[in-house]
Ligand binder design. Structure first.
Ligand code: SAM
Length: 324
């Protein structure tokens, strides 16, 4: 069969389409197109340049982000829901942040010589703030709530929960919403702890959710927990994985639960989505998460039995229980 280079040109187009989306979000185009709007009406609201706006809207139309009917432009249902700032499910800011978070432009410099260039580090502070709304919109919160309601039956009991590297603290906040007499602890680095506290206070839960500042690799994490959440943190565990899992197990009560959320693989060949999103992190020194088989072995040694595998929003997870 004759080989053709078409896939490379397709990739360029996908890249352009992504660039178009980012520019449209920066221009906040979608917030003006919730209702059918003529070019003149759009220009009156935005004061943008007529000719160039017309081309730009044509490009958005060609990609299916907006629709056109006679002389009016309008968001598609999906764009109206997620890309217009008038929607409670707006995630435009999160999309722009994620683009920046994982951007690999010029990363080649660091591939050639690791010592030459200092690339910007992962900004966990901004991530914690941005991820807050995203967790609700992408279904993570709904999935989490469904699982905890199945695990814990007594709405009025005081369960004790630990959210390791909890960032925004959303999962702790949701736990307390479901079990209002419970107590939650968000364990975070001092750098991010201020954001966790801010979000907890905004939700008026500072008397039920406490922020513990430290490094989970070396510091004491407390004990007597009914549930420990370890979501998206395994790339930052720099101690022996079995010792770390045993540390979590020791902190649980017997029959307590460990909820793990993250990407774990069998071998070195990580899948495309993971590699594209985290290449920048790895090149800047982030460690790979443990392999599935390593994790399984560590769980066995730590007396944590698999209860079930779960899906949490866009992520994979598993629930373990202390004891067999
Ligand atoms: C990828 S984010 C995950 C945040 C949140 N758990 C979630 O699932 O959305 C990793 C979090 O772990 C925190 N973290 C990383 N290393 C840590 C450490 N050694 N001790 C405590 N927290 C840490 C970061 O500050 C960040 O908030």
């Amino acid at each position: 069969m004759e080989l053709k280079p078409n896939i490379y040109y397709k990739t360029i187009l996908q890249y352009r389409e992504a660039e178009l989306l980012f520019e449209a979000l920066k221009l906040d185009i979608f917030s003006y197109l919730d209702e059918p709007t003529t070019l003149e009406e759009f220009l009156k609201s935005t004061n943008y340049d007529k000719e160039n706006t017309k081309y730009f809207l044509s490009a958005l139309l060609s990609c299916g982000y907006i629709e056109k009917n006679n002389l009016t432009y309008c968001n598609t249902k999906c764009s109206k829901l997620y890309l217009s700032k008038n929607s409670s499910k707006y995630i435009g800011k999160a999309i722009l942040f994620r683009e920046k978070l994982g951007s690999i432009s010029n990363i080649g410099d660091k591939v050639k010589d690791n010592s030459l260039v200092q690339h910007d580090k992962l900004d966990f502070l901004e991530l914690a703030e941005i991820v807050h709304d995203e967790m609700y919109v992408t279904g993570r919160v709904d999935d989490f709530n469904r699982e905890i309601k199945q695990l814990f039956s007594d709405k009025y009991r005081n369960y004790k929960v630990l959210d390791l590297g909890g960032g925004s603290g959303v999962l702790s906040i949701e736990f307390i919403r479901n079990f209002p007499n419970s107590t939650a602890y968000v364990f975070e680095t001092p750098e991010v702890a201020c954001i966790s506290k801010k979000i907890i206070e905004k939700n008026d839960m500072q008397d039920r959710i406490f922020v513990l500042e430290g490094d989970f690799n070396v510091d004491v994490i407390g004990d007597g927990y009914d549930l420990i959440i370890a979501s998206g943190i395994f790339n930052f565990v720099n101690m022996d994985i079995t010792k770390f899992i045993c540390k979590l197990s020791d902190a649980l009560v017997l029959n307590g639960y460990l909820l793990i959320i993250g990407s774990f693989f069998e071998n070195e060949e990580y899948h495309k989505e993971h590699m594209l999103n985290w290449l920048k992190g790895y090149i800047n020194g982030m460690k790979p998460a443990p392999k599935k088989s390593e994790l399984k072995q560590s769980m066995q040694k730590a007396n944590l039995s698999l209860k079930k595998r779960i899906k949490v929003g866009l992520f994979e997870g598993e629930l373990r229980r202390k004891g067999w």
